[in-house]
Design a protein around this ligand. Structure first.
Ligand SMILES: Nc1ncnc2c1ncn2[C@@H]1O[C@H](COP(=O)(O)OP(=O)(O)OP(=O)(O)O)[C@@H](O)[C@H]1O
Ligand SMILES: [Mg+2]
Length: 228
């Protein structure tokens, strides 16, 4: 369902050219939980941003559900990203003036859907992550783990083909991190395709497959068995 063919990404930094991703070919199947590991600077975030349509490859091809993410306009890319991809980040990126339920609804509010129509689904997603008592709280009234659970609900509101997570627990203590990983594992067991970047081998082990990047190339690709 996600296919990279010889995908490369180069950045120009002054006179220097940084080759962040080199000729990566990989397919990610529907329902897979892929963990992406590698040293700092190995290209993990670049990889995630390319498959999420946040950025385009310098060369090569990327497809999501058979739809090309390369060689298309920024507007087309934005639409694909909104409809097919859910992102969660290390710093949650919630809007401080909105309640939890409003934050979860935001991607669909931006599409023009009325809040009254979205709210029941937002509440349901918040219940699913154990936040039924927090739907009217603003981010500052929530703990870090709760904020990340709101962000996960927000990422799921548009039924994305894939959930992408870049160091989702980089800002959380180990106990709270484990709760977030269990939540992701649970979503995977319900069939959600997930790609998660982490530098923590224990976190990576929650996945069904671990791909390791080194200098922008895949250096290792291990299937962990269980559900693929
Ligand atoms: N916008 C940019 N402009 C120039 N160089 C960039 C840009 N983004 C990333 N790079 C470079 O590309 C390489 C890969 O970066 P990337 O952010 O993908 O690494 P990473 O594996 O996510 O690292 P970390 O674990 O530190 O987050 C690095 O050398 C980085 O400096
Ligand atoms: Mg990174």
């Amino acid at each position: 369902m996600i296919e990279l063919k010889n995908a490369s990404k180069k950045y120009q930094q002054g006179a220097r050219e940084v080759h962040a991703l080199r000729d990566v070919s990989l397919s990610i199947k529907k329902g897979e939980f892929l963990s992406v590991m590698g040293a700092s600077g190995s290209g993990k975030s670049t990889f995630l941003n390319l498959i999420g349509g946040l950025d385009q490859p310098s060369s090569g091809e990327i497809f999501i559900d058979g739809i090309p993410l390369h060689g298309i306009s920024d507007d087309e890319l934005t639409l694909i990203r909104r409809r097919r991809v859910g992102f969660i980040f290390q710093f949650f990126n919630l809007l401080p003036i909105l309640t939890a339920a409003e934050n979860v609804s935001l991607p669909l509010l931006l599409e023009g859907t009325p809040y009254s129509e979205i709210k029941p689904k937002a509440i349901k997603l918040l219940e699913q992550v154990g936040l039924s008592e927090r739907t009217e709280h603003r981010p500052e009234q929530l703990s870090g783990g709760e904020m990340q659970r709101v962000a996960i609900s927000r990422a799921l509101i548009s039924n994305p083909a894939v959930l992408l997570a870049d160091e989702p627990t980089g800002n959380l203590d180990s106990h709270t991190s484990e709760e977030i990983f269990m939540l992701l594992k649970n979503l995977h067991e319900q069939g959600q395709t997930i790609v998660m970047v982490t530098h923590d081998p224990r976190a990576a082990a929650y996945g069904s497959r671990i791909v390791t990047l080194k200098d922008g190339m895949v250096s290792e690709d291990i299937s962990l068995g269980g559900r693929a």
